[in-house]
Design a protein around this ligand. Structure first.
Ligand code: UDP
Ligand code: GLC
Length: 399
């Protein structure tokens, strides 16, 4: 049992398990839960990584089962020998997880790979399982087999499925998931951790950002997100090629082994003649500060975004946001009132929306003001923790 400052015995309630400790949106969600939720909530990563390092110094360090990294790295097209080895490894990992989770009353799998391991572990422990679903399961990048396997395991083993948006929830049902198990719990944020830029916040942040990255007085748009084709950084580059007076900060790293894509994007910026107007920062731990320093936050995903943390964060920074229509984004932004929505994958529409905001500061400011007020109220971390606690209470209710 972990001690608490009062010396009282701390009841371990829920262990949230992710297969990776990279700093993706789903892992940031998990970290926020254990930092802001009740003391009985803990984190577990089935691989070592930066998210584990961040929690290391906190009151609630994560459990790390580093062996998961090798076991769970199988990809589509792996040999039968490799798959057989992985299956054996998953059983061992599940046994390790069951041991590590001893004392917790419920295990919450925070990713698809974690679901398979946690489903076995909770059988061994005779504890309930909750699956937190961060993906739109009907998306083409999930193979039919992965989708079927996840839905079957969820239907058979999970007491509840928590989806990060209504769209994610609907896709789970469309893929064969049981609607009766579903709850929607949004990502939540602490507005105090998101400084506000622009005229309604701290206008010096724009100057500081320009100095740090060598930008001039022209407008700066920021795109925040891991470097992977569906996050649409290439669409922003194509849009910039048609708007000569706009500079861009592209923030994010190739989190899940897509270094080639990063090189490709940098080459594309060069080929489009954008080298003097675009900066690539790699992964940054200070996204809220950077957001407060840009003039416009752009979200350019080419596929439906399951939720879209960066969209809420951009609005919390008091910046006007242009985002692609669809997925969870449509639940966050009301087009024309709290932001501008554009067609995914259309650089001309994106360029037009950016120019609209650059040339109409009154519109930009009114969208930013309405957007911040709206998301600060709807996406508070306190609400997220309360909603998640409600689901867990329900799961643990006797009978
Ligand atoms: N992020 C970060 N550093 C970066 C780029 C992104 O901390 O360099 C954070 C960003 O602030 C957001 C998360 O990563 O909280 C991305 O979450 P989102 O839901 O937008 O997309 P995901 O990557 O989970 O699909
Ligand atoms: C996933 C989704 C993203 C969502 C995040 C947190 O990574 O791709 O849209 O915001 O999870 O729920």
């Amino acid at each position: 049992m972990t001690g608490d400052p009062s010396g009282a015995r701390l009841e371990k309630t829920a262990l949230f398990v992710s297969h990776t400790a990279e700093m993706g949106g789903a892992e940031l969600f998990l970290m926020d839960l254990v930092r802001h939720g009740p003391p009985g909530w803990g984190a577990c990563f089935l691989a070592d990584g930066p998210a584990a390092r961040v929690l290391e110094g906190s009151a609630r360090p994560a459990i790390v089962l580093a062996a998961g990294a090798g076991v769970l790295s199988v990809r589509r097209g792996s040999s039968a020998f490799r798959l057989g080895g992985a299956a054996f490894g998953v059983v061992r990992l599940a046994r390790d997880l069951a041991r590590a989770a001893r004392g917790y009353r419920v295990v919450c799998a925070n990713s698809q790979k974690a679901l398979f391991v946690a489903a076995l572990a909770t059988r061994l422990m005779r504890r309930p399982l909750v699956w937190i679903l961060h993906d739109i399961l009907t998306d083409p990048h999930f193979s039919a087999a992965t989708r079927r396997a996840a839905v079957i395991v969820a239907n058979l083993c999970a007491s509840r499925v928590v989806a990060n948006s209504s769209v994610t929830a609907q896709a789970f049902v469309a893929a064969g998931g049981r609607a009766s198990k579903l709850h929607v719990v949004h990502n939540g944020f602490d507005p105090a951790a998101h400084p506000r830029g622009g005229l309604d916040g701290d206008p010096d942040r724009g100057a500081a950002l320009r100095a740090e990255f060598g930008f001039d007085a022209r407008s700066v748009v920021g795109l925040f997100g891991r470097l992977t084709p569906w996050k649409g950084q290439h669409v922003l580059l194509a849009a910039l090629a048609t708007v000569p007076n706009v500079q861009a900060l592209v923030v994010g790293g190739p989190l899940f082994g897509e270094a080639e894509h990063e090189a490709h994007l940098k080459r594309a910026a060069q080929d489009l003649g954008l080298s003097d107007r675009v900066r690539f920062t790699g992964f940054r731990a200070d996204v809220p500060d950077l957001m407060a320093g840009v003039d416009i936050v752009v979200h350019a995903s080419t596929e439906a975004e399951p939720f879209g943390r960066v969209v809420v964060e951009g609005l919390l920074a008091g910046r006007p946001v242009v985002a692609t229509r669809g997925g969870g984004v449509a639940e966050i932004i009301e087009d024309g009132r709290t932001g501008l929505l554009v067609t995914p994958g259309d650089p001309d529409e994106l360029a037009e929306a950016i120019m609209r905001l650059v040339s109409d500061p009154v519109l930009a400011r009114s969208l930013a003001q309405a957007g911040r007020a709206d998301v600060a109220e709807r996406y508070a971390i306190t609400t997220t923790c309360r909603d998640m606690a409600g689901v867990l209470t329900d799961v643990l209710r006797p009978g």
